[in-house]
Design a protein around this ligand. Structure first.
Ligand code: DGJ
Length: 739
């Protein structure tokens, strides 16, 4: 890993032996992007662009008609200097003008990676793991600096970028737009991949060609949202799951965002990621500094699987934190689909007894446990026990659950308040709203104004009181509506556009405080399912409930899409009842299990009402999962067949030590025209021999990966096959030749 500055060529060269990122200083002032891709030893500049005198091009250097910012490949483009493509930043000076001139000033190389205070970020454990380049741009007239940070990692094929703005003068500046990264690629012949969706339909993969204008993915919902994921991937046309060049950008942030891929008039492509300028604005007073969230850029020449592998490793090891980062995750049972709001102590204990017999390790009481919470119409915000439902309180419930041999966990939705609650009656001014209109309800609830420190303190205290009152080792942190009426009663008129980001800073502060206060608690994020399944949240909560849709077939698609960015260990996945509550589908317990065990396994059903054979089956499933969960949770994950496109889904996991392979194959619908299309496994050792645990037969890694595996035909819908292969030899042995 190295960062070099070539004095003569004025180029910065970041590389780790597998990827390189290069840019230079042009005309003493402007940053010019030169290369991001597969490792090159040196950059001498034969790919540098030529400049031409073109119509409508402005020339910032009067003597040079050929030089224009509108055609320059840029690192952090401005507005008002002749680059008419999407700007990375717009800063207003106190006189209301938005013309600035930030020029290259100097650079600094830092060993390691600086922290982003108050924001989630990729971290290092030792300085030797990474190097960071910090570039300073300066506008001497506006008296401000922009600092661009680039981190390259020894072990991951990623570059992290973030931006700071420093007001070095006396006037107040206003940040109108501040993207976290901007990158210009040569040519426009790319496909763009984004992820779209909705409630119970998260993470649909959406790939289409970039044409002559822009593709924008964004959220103004107050969170990253199920409708759009803060991610944009540029792919060469030929790239697919296993081959070709792809460049992925993922935002480490959970609030409103904008991701842009814009084709330029002279065949260049600009990609940007940052906070959404529609809901972002920031007053930067004298001597203040503002830090924008970070973007992770991943390059892969092994297609989407290669890109996902890098995101997975990086996020699992250097984004997720806490004791659960490296611990195996418990098999849990969640009370929601079994009881919804009608939970009580006796029902929970009966369910817990069955759960314990099945081998479940963690019992989670979901919504409905607190005072007055008989439906979703009331009580959010009043986080006190319901002594009618739980006469011994949460403390006795947790003790009784622990006596059954399980850990105990609990649900909260701390960012919200019901109008019918003591909290709202006492503090009607604590919600996000405009003073001029009645605030709009969603699921009968309002959003608390986390830009107000008093509200944050209340939330921290309310959650802490419960966590301190009993032995609780797990929290499900829910968020079930989006933000309307974007106004704060505690911010002055001029600062209202700061609210969205201040909300996120408040939330991150709350989560950070709770993480520190309760280091042994495993937090799982949720927003009506995977509505806030993003890299920002994973910094505080190492797992997320992937969707409120627990149907196995829908989940195949959702989990497949989720895996584009996030590793299976972060994915909450539960076996639920049939007919499924969201879609009414009947699927076998085997298939439901095969889908749920491909993430963090849980159950969400009334086990007491199941026939004995099914209980026995669940017990066997859990025992099996425990025997292989290290492979699922810590291994490498490879997508093999896409259920969002066809009738089959397939993926395989390879353990960290490469000795175990779990291969899952799903046939969605039974078809009259039956076909034999082997699925080629990935990530195995070609020269090794693997024994199939189910029948002892042996196969070379080369055969499994190149000839593939054909699954036996079954005349049924929603069929699953799970294969476990154990590596037994480096090369074929006489014993194996028999098979
Ligand atoms: C939405 C979540 O996604 C569900 O799992 C459940 O916790 C409900 N909220 C409870 O209100």
């Amino acid at each position: 890993m190295e960062i070099k500055y070539n004095e003569q060529e004025r180029t910065f060269f970041l590389s780790n032996g597998r990827i390189s990122y290069v840019f230079g200083v042009e005309k003493d002032r402007y940053l010019m992007h030169l290369y991001f891709g597969r490792y090159i030893r040196n950059y001498r500049g034969i790919s540098r662009p030529y400049f031409y005198d073109r119509g409508f091009c402005s020339n910032p250097l009067p003597e040079d008609r050929e030089f224009s910012l509108d055609t320059l490949p840029r690192e952090y483009p401005d507005m008002n200097q002749g680059d008419f493509r999407s700007p990375a930043y717009v800063i207003q000076t106190e006189d209301g003008r938005r013309v600035t001139r930030f020029y290259y000033k100097n650079y600094r190389i830092i060993q390691g990676k600086p922290e982003l205070t108050g924001l989630p970020h990729i971290y290092t454990e030792e300085d030797q793991e990474a190097m960071t380049l910090c570039i300073t741009l300066e506008d001497e007239i506006a008296e401000a600096r922009i600092l661009l940070y680039y981190t390259i990692f020894r072990d991951y094929d990623a570059v992290c970028r973030h931006v700071e703005v420093e007001n070095t003068g006396k006037q107040e500046l206003y940040l109108e737009r501040l993207m976290s990264m901007s990158l210009d690629f040569p040519g426009t012949s790319y496909d763009v991949l984004t992820m779209t969706g909705g409630h119970i339909n998260e993470k649909n993969i959406n790939r289409r060609p970039l044409q002559s204008d822009a593709i924008v993915a964004e959220s103004i919902r107050g969170c990253s949202s199920p409708q759009a994921t803060p991610c944009i991937v540029l792919m060469e046309k030929e790239a697919g799951e296993s081959r070709g060049e792809v460049w992925g950008a993922n935002f480490v942030y959970s609030g409103d965002f904008q991701a842009v891929a814009q084709a330029g008039q002279y065949k260049s492509t600009r990609v940007q990621m940052g906070m959404n300028p529609l809901t972002f604005g920031w007053r930067l007073k004298e001597k203040e500094r503002f830090t924008a969230p970070e973007t992770v850029l991943v390059y892969s020449d092994k297609g989407l699987n290669g890109m996902s592998g890098t995101f997975h490793d990086l996020y699992r090891k250097r984004l997720c934190r806490g004791v659960y980062r490296d611990k195996v995750r418990p098999v849990l049972l969640n009370s929601w689909e079994a009881f919804e709001f009608q939970v009580n102590e006796e029902k929970c204990i009966s369910l817990a007894k069955e759960a314990a017999k099945a081998g479940i390790e963690l019992f989670v009481v979901d919504d409905g446990w607190f005072r007055n919470r008989s439906s979703d119409k009331r009580a959010l915000g009043d986080w006190t026990e319901d002594k009618e439902k739980f006469p011994g309180g949460i403390c006795r419930l947790s003790e009784r659950i622990r006596k059954e041999g399980m850990e105990f966990g609990i649900w909260f939705e701390p960012e919200m308040v019901s109008p019918d609650s003591d909290l709202y009656r006492k503090h009607p001014d604590w919600i996000i709203r405009s003073p001029h209109y009645d605030p709009i309800l969603s699921r009968y609830q309002y959003v608390l104004d986390l830009s107000n420190p008093a509200v944050c303190d209340y939330v921290i205290q309310a959650v802490s009181n419960i966590l301190e009152s009993a032995e609780i080792t797990y929290v499900k942190w829910d968020m079930n509506r989006h933000i309307t009426d974007l106004g704060s009663l505690c911010l002055d008129g001029k600062s209202q556009k700061e609210l969205s980001h201040r909300y996120m800073l408040g939330l991150y502060f709350i989560l950070d405080t709770l993480n520190r206060r309760f280091p042994e608690v495993l937090f799982e994020g949720c927003s009506s399912g995977g509505g806030r399944y993003d890299a920002g949240m994973l910094y505080y909560m190492p797992q997320t409930w992937a969707s409120d849709n627990s149907d196995a077939v829908c989940r195949l698609k959702i989990q497949y899409g989720t895996s584009i960015l996030f590793p299976p260990v972060t994915m909450g996945a539960h076996v639920s009842v049939v007919p499924n509550l969201q879609v009414g589908r009947l699927t076998s317990i085997d298939t439901r299990f095969a889908v749920a065990m491909s993430g963090n396994l849980g159950y969400e059903m009334d086990l007491c009402s199941l026939p004995e054979e099914e209980k026995e089956e669940i017990k066997n499933q859990i025992a099996f999962y425990k025997s292989i969960r290290e492979v699922i949770q810590k291994g490498r994950f490879y997508r093999l067949a896409n259920p969002q496109e066809g009738n089959t889904a397939a993926w395989n996991f390879v353990s960290e030590d490469e000795n175990t392979v779990i291969y899952c194959y799903f046939q969605i619908l039974s078809e009259a025209v039956r076909v034999n299309v082997p699925v080629k496994l990935k990530g195995l050792r070609e020269d090794s021999v693997y024994r199939l645990a189910q029948d002892g037969s042996c196969y070379g890694g080369d055969e499994l990966m190149h000839a593939g595996v054909t699954s036996p035909p079954v005349l049924k819908d929603f069929v699953s096959h799970v294969y476990v292969f154990n590596r037994i030899q480096e090369f074929s042995c006489s014993d194996c030749e028999k098979h």
